[in-house]
Design a protein around this ligand. Structure first.
Ligand code: ATP
Length: 286
């Protein structure tokens, strides 16, 4: 996301954005791919768009008086002007979502679901949360008691939620679909395996709750060596395991967030039957 400082601080309309426009930009209205890889129905070919930037905005979340916002958002929800002490900065994005208007469910449906449909067909996709402390990165990724976040929704979308009638109607679950999940933490340039408390790799459903020690992993090329994974075809069971390890991340209190993440967390979700891979990254506060 490139920014363009504006010289005219009293403009009320959004100036043309200077962020480079790429031919790879996203089209959220594109036809959704069929979840059935053997489908003979003709589909609109997917346009290549390697990087998309979505702004999920939480404007003055803790203020009751709601001061005048420093943000102006264009009607098409693709440009954003930020008022600063020295003028305005304009940004061009692939989409903007206001968390006051769009809850996690709406956000997921609009910006994430089509990507997960791609993963079910064998696509590779990385979703990365980036932003200042307290802005809602972990909330969007993991959700809260009322609403599940991207991690748990994608698992349910890939494997089905155990609701046979809905799963059959949506053609959500491919026969024999299962996932392999690895959860890594990156802290102080080291990689830790949040699913494991011993040095072995491979299947390990559950870890010893009492142990506070974490297993540090060696990196071989681009891969974390011997990372533990959990494997299964029940979204509910896998979600419970991830919920447990979610709490093992290193956190500390900041002015804006009582439980601020001090580490990056990566959830790598493979769908071996089709070769799909989803990488979900919740970055530490900056
Ligand atoms: N859209 C939202 N609606 C309701 N509560 C939210 C929302 N976004 C964040 N919160 C709450 O605000 C607090 C801080 O959010 P969160 O921990 O997700 O921030 P963060 O960006 O991950 O911060 P850090 O970088 O410090 O870890 C949490 O208690 C979270 O539940």
């Amino acid at each position: 996301m490139a920014s363009t400082p504006s010289s005219k601080s009293n403009q009320t309309h959004l100036t043309q954005s200077k962020t480079p426009q790429s031919k790879h930009r996203l089209n959220f209205n594109m036809a959704k791919p069929s979840p059935n890889p053997n489908s003979t129905v003709k589909e609109t070919p997917l346009v290549e768009h390697p990087v998309e930037v979505i702004g999920r905005i939480r404007d003055y979340p803790d203020r009751k008086d709601k001061p005048i916002s420093a943000l102006q958002i264009s009607q098409d929800r693709q440009s954003l002007r930020v008022r600063t002490e020295i003028g305005y900065r304009d940004f061009s994005l692939d989409g903007i979502s206001l968390s006051e208007e769009e809850d996690l469910d709406g956000f997921y449906q609009k910006f994430v679901e089509s990507r997960i449909n791609g993963v079910k067909l064998g696509a590779k996709c990385t979703i990365m949360m980036y932003g200042p402390t307290g802005s809602g990165k972990s909330h969007t990724m993991f959700g809260c008691a009322k609403q599940p976040g991207i991690v748990y929704r994608s698992l349910r979308d890939i494997l089905g939620g155990g609701d046979e009638e809905n799963d059959a109607n949506d053609q959500r679950v491919g026969v024999g679909t299962f996932v392999q999940v690895t959860v890594l933490e990156i802290y102080n340039e080291e990689i830790y395996d949040l699913l494991s408390t011993n040095n072995g790799g491979g299947l390990n459903f559950g870890w010893s709750k009492g142990s506070a020690s974490k297993v540090r992993l060696e990196v071989m090329g681009k891969k974390a060596k011997n990372a533990t994974f959990i494997s299964g075809n029940e979204a509910g069971k896998i979600s419970k395991e991830i919920q447990k390890v979610e709490k093992r991340r290193i956190v500390k209190s900041t002015l804006c967030n009582e439980r601020s993440s001090r580490s990056h967390c990566m959830i790598i979700l493979d769908v071996p039957t089709v070769g799909g891979r989803l990488m979900l990254v919740d970055m530490a506060w900056i």
